[in-house]
Ligand binder design. Structure first.
Ligand code: G4P
Length: 527
């Protein structure tokens, strides 16, 4: 099979949700389809409670699939499926966001009893910023939940995206009868005992056992309303991330999951061309290229190794091939490579656009690096910087270790493990992270890799807003609203809370504050 045909089979996506919406349960069902696991309940291990902060590997072991097994891949029908995990709970970090730069589509799981929750919004914003197609699964229909119309309205209003229900539920909770599948014109009947029955619309009049239910006729009326007043399906909008196809079901039952997965996998886009310094690169270009979106240290306790996660963007990856690291122009042989499946790592011999390959990192790669073969030497667009939320001052416990401290700090910042800020006129180092786990990992690595004990002093959750350099007026800021510079020297303010932010805007209407999530690209703000 040639490069183009292989590439077209790839479906690379991430599942996003607020904790407890059902991401793990859904992932597990998908792995069952792919015959990767044989029984439900295998992909667990996150209810382990508190972990020992001193040992990162222990954290990983206890968290099981949520941290280490970041990529799952399996063949399904004519497709090659790559699922990238986006850690949630305390694991939430920049990795979670960066993972979204390596996928071609996203499945958003919403708990039908709760609706849109905080973490969904954060992850959604990143998808929207990058124009990633989003497919929505409204979960837990086996429980008494919220009105489907209300949920759709909430998605539209909170997330500013059109919705198009591909399936529509008849009843919920104990009265849950099944879903209409508008795409295949059939009713998927929920029989309750892990099986579902598919009845074409044309045969429904013979099934009074189903149609006699009030839930059925109510849903039929609702469907008419959707046909008349709802948005029409628009694949172009879906591909741009402006419309989301919506499905209803229960990941646990499971119900509606197969209908969802089969429709999703057919509709979801294959790998798209990507922008680079040399213009757009087609995924079926014959020369290999890819970029590094994540680096993880110590994945294997036996060999203190570092693994760089590469998203293949074009050509064919082959084990042992020579690649050039565009940033330095140096050439390496990729002797060790691996693919990640559940908790074991297998050796991978080849890969195509859309695939995720783990390569051994002898401490040379950085997040965002491009690797290429052939004579072309280009770089893919820089990964965006994501606004951190938690901020801490960091110092070395022992002043004699200042040199190692600086080295460790510099390297870990470069690697993208943490973001570094400097206060105006102070020598303070302030680090920012998206989640608490990033600090634990940072602390652990400073101790183990650089032999420096550090002291972290929280300055709390802050709201970062970037400023135009010409509008910086130091007299306006203090401990509450702290003026700092990022790694590039760009000024920003760490606002104490929403109240301080609003108060500031009120008093200083002329000062433009930039929210990284609201602009498409960080750079754009400084053009
Ligand atoms: P997450 O990865 O998004 O955090 O969620 P996870 O799949 O772990 O699901 C969170 C809880 O919701 C689990 O229950 C799970 O069994 C339940 N759940 C998932 N999908 C459905 C569904 O379709 N219907 C219903 N009724 N429940 C669902 P738990 O009691 O917290 O965990 P466990 O003890 O069952 O493992």
């Amino acid at each position: 099979m040639n490069i183009k045909e292989e590439m077209k089979k790839r479906r690379t996506f991430a599942i996003i949700s607020h904790p407890d919406a059902g991401k793990t349960t859904m992932t597990e069902k998908m792995l069952l389809f792919g015959n990767l696991i044989r029984s439900a309940g295998t992909v667990k291990g996150k209810k382990s409670g508190k972990f020992a902060t001193s040992d990162w590997m222990e954290i990983e072991k206890q968290r099981g699939i949520s941290v280490t097994s970041s990529v799952m891949n399996f063949p399904y029908k004519d497709y090659q499926v790559n699922i990238l995990d986006t850690p949630g709970h305390e694991d939430f970090s920049e990795d979670t966001y960066r993972t979204l730069t390596a996928v071609d589509s996203v499945v958003m799981i919403i708990d039908g009893t709760k609706g849109i929750e905080a973490q969904t919004i954060k992850l959604f914003k990143v998808c929207k910023m990058r124009g990633i197609p989003i497919f929505t699964f409204i979960n837990k229909m086996d429980r008494e939940g919220r009105d489907p119309f209300e949920l759709m309205e909430e998605i539209e209003e909170t997330l500013n995206i059109e919705t198009y229900p591909i399936t529509w539920p008849a009843g919920m909770g104990k009265r849950f009868l099944g879903v209409f599948d508008r795409n295949h014109e059939q009713f998927v009947h929920f029989t309750g005992n892990e099986s579902e029955e598919y009845i074409p619309y044309s045969e429904l009049d013979q099934r009074t056992d189903i149609t006699e239910h009030a839930e059925f006729s109510d849903a039929q009326d609702e469907m008419l309303l959707l046909e008349e007043a709802g948005d029409s399906f628009d694949m172009d909008k879906v591909l741009k991330g402006d419309q989301t196809p919506v499905f209803f079901g229960s990941a646990l039952a499971p119900f509606g999951v197969e209908t969802f997965f089969n429709t999703f996998i057919d509709m979801a886009p294959e790998p798209a061309p990507r922008r680079s310094t040399e213009g757009t690169v087609s995924p079926d270009h014959e020369e290999f290229s890819g970029f590094i979106f994540k680096i993880q240290a110590n994945m294997n306790p036996q060999h203190r190794d570092r693994i760089a996660f590469v998203r293949v963007c074009s050509g064919k990856f082959e084990r042992g091939m020579n690649v050039t690291l565009s940033r330095t122009g140096k050439t390496f042989k990729l002797a060790q490579s691996q693919q990640f499946v559940a908790s074991s790592r297998g050796t991978v011999e080849e890969g195509y656009a859309g695939d995720i390959i783990g390569i051994y990192d002898p401490n040379v790669y950085r997040i965002g690096d491009t690797i290429v073969t052939g004579r072309r030497n280009f770089e893919y667009d820089e990964l965006p910087q994501f606004p951190p939320e938690l901020f801490k001052k960091v110092t070395a416990k022992n002043v004699m270790k200042a040199k190692q401290f600086k080295k460790g700090l510099e390297q870990l910042v470069q690697e993208g493990a943490i973001q570094l800020f400097k206060r105006y006129r102070f020598e303070d180092y302030i680090i920012g992270a998206v989640g608490e786990l990033q600090y634990e990992v940072f602390d652990y690595r400073m101790k183990n890799e650089y032999n420096v004990e550090i002291e972290l002093t929280s300055i709390g959750e802050r709201i970062p807003r970037w400023l135009k350099p010409e509008q910086v007026d130091e007299s306006l800021f203090d401990e509450r609203n702290m003026l700092v510079q990022d790694r590039e020297g760009n000024p920003l303010v760490l606002f104490k809370n929403d109240f301080s932010l609003r108060w500031f805007i009120d008093k200083n209407p002329d000062i433009e504050l930039i929210d990284l999530f609201e602009v498409n690209q960080y750079d754009q703000a400084y053009e």
